[in-house]
Design a protein around this ligand. Structure first.
Ligand code: GLV
Length: 309
């Protein structure tokens, strides 16, 4: 039994070191080093190169090193008959909620506009908005969406949420299913996308959705770039139906230099870093699953392959 870590960023060694720190006896390898492929039972991955999972004949579990798993389903060569797990972690959840709150407050208090004005030495007061007067709509009420919604109510926002199946969260008006999407959108002034990316939600942030939001609505996409139809966002920012957008995720990451988002005055960009797995916090659940795998016990945070999340 062994664990292979597959990821293409510079964090691969720090993940390996963290696992060894928590369990000095574990057999853990970076996929870049020499390792016994037939001894690997768990692949701990993040945006792995497509095809790389097919090299392990005795793989028993694919563990995502993040909350999302869409990139695993996007690899048609990934084994189809073994469990996929994802991370559910208090920091991953609260970091997202803090990020969304920071974005919303900076928009209500016009910090984005003032930063632009500052680059032109342009003094121009602009009316700000109060928390109590603003309705935030959250699409996706899973772990991240539900906590973000609850936190925003505590700060004083009017909060509503939309999800595939009906959810109940204290002080949050909840909607579910495609039939209620219009009603949800019609009264959402700041839209936060925290949906899982599946064939049903791909491209959901598009012209038809933007049209149903009130004029002046603001978009925050902290889910996946695949949710957004880029050209529709630009069209609805340019025709002034939307007041702005803050994006953390993109179709291609890093976003190519020539992409129009970079220079758009109404778009605020962050580099897919709203909420990032903290190895000290998440490794215990990964090692717990590794132990469960060895003992044939049910795994924590297993993904429903049918739903895709
Ligand atoms: C980040 O995007 C994650 O899925 O954890």
């Amino acid at each position: 039994m062994g664990i292979v870590i597959i990821r293409q960023d510079e964090k691969i060694d720090s993940w390996k070191d963290a696992i060894t720190r928590f369990d000095p006896n574990s057999k853990v390898y970076s996929y870049l080093e020499e390792h016994p492929g037939d001894e690997i039972s768990m692949a701990l991955i993040w945006k792995h190169p497509k095809g790389s999972l097919a090299k392990y004949p005795n793989l028993k579990c694919i563990a995502s090193a993040g909350a999302g798993v869409d990139y695993i389903f996007a690899d048609s060569t990934a084994p189809k008959n073994i469990p996929i797990t994802r991370l559910v972690d208090p920091y991953l959840t609260s970091d997202m909620s803090e990020h969304v709150l920071a974005v919303i407050l900076s928009e209500l208090k016009n910090f984005n506009t003032y930063k632009l004005n500052q680059t032109k030495s342009y003094w121009k007061p602009k009316d700000y908005r109060r928390i109590k007067d603003v309705t935030v709509g959250i699409m996706g009420l899973g772990e991240l969406g539900a906590l973000t919604a609850a936190d925003l109510t505590r700060v004083g926002f009017q909060v509503q949420g939309w999800s595939r199946s009906q959810k109940s969260i204290s002080n949050v008006k909840t909607f579910s299913g495609t039939d209620s999407l219009s009603e949800f959108l019609n009264s959402t002034e700041i839209l936060v996308c925290l949906l899982p990316l599946t064939p049903a939600t791909e491209g959901i942030l598009n012209a038809s959705l933007f049209r149903q939001l009130p004029k002046g609505a603001y978009i925050i996409n902290v889910a996946r770039g695949g949710h957004l139809t880029d050209a529709d966002l630009i069209a609805y920012l340019d025709n002034d139906h939307l007041s702005g957008a803050c994006l953390d995720v993109y179709h291609q990451e890093p976003l190519p230099e020539e992409h129009p988002f970079w220079q758009h005055p109404k778009i605020l960009m962050t580099p897919h870093y709203a909420s990032v797995s903290d190895t000290n916090s998440v490794i215990p659940q990964i090692l717990e699953n590794y132990k469960r795998l060895q003992n044939g016990k049910p795994l924590l945070n297993e993904v429903d392959r049918k739903n895709g999340y």
